[in-house]
Design a protein around this ligand. Sequence first.
Ligand code: DX5
Ligand code: ZN
Length: 221
Amino acid sequence: MRLPRAGTTEVVPSVLSADFARLADEIAQITSAGVKMVHLDVMDGHFVPNITIGPPVVAKLRKVSELVFDAHLMISEPEKYAEPFIEAGADHITFHIEAAGDPPALIDKLHALGRSAGICLNPETPVEAIAEAAPLCDMVLVMTVHPGFGGQEFMPEAAKKIARIREMVGPDIRIEVDGGIDPQTTPIVVSYGADTLVAGNAIFGKSDRIAAVEAIRQACL
Ligand code: DX5
Ligand code: ZN
């Protein structure tokens, strides 16, 4: 599975707010909502103050889903763990600029392993920090909350960076936005140039996931 080519707007559910005891069912529900991708939040208790899933969980999910697996590595030393996540079945790997020693080298490695690459920046990280790496990536991920937890409040100032990143990378690189995305905040980030909308609480916090995905799609129009 590959990251969809730029030019479409994609809603990408984050399973962080899903029922982890029923992950396969939860992914089946969003699949019937017609999404192409699922966002897998990987946290290590070091780069962020929370711990989530590792390669064994990704490998089990790979057996039950054909969605594009969008792995968001909120971990220290991403260069050490990118390959195990790829072997487990991740299709796209995003790592944090604040955590990587040599971002261009890691992007090259991901491409050499046949996967797409993403760079992510935290709310307080300036756009300039990704100037070298962003044009080498397939997708840039802009955090609009502090990474670590779902259900936090959208940070409008952080979202403003999307417009500058869109100028920096042009139309062919996806810009994904993560944190507090719902039908109210979607028009804001889409107007800045985001085309890949991660939503956890706004989808898995609702009992009707299909309607929740549709509500975000409608807010893009
Ligand atoms: C936060 C994660 C997000 C999270 C978003 O650190 O990276 O992907 O699931 O959750 P919501 O959409 O609830 O803000
Ligand atoms: Zn995420």
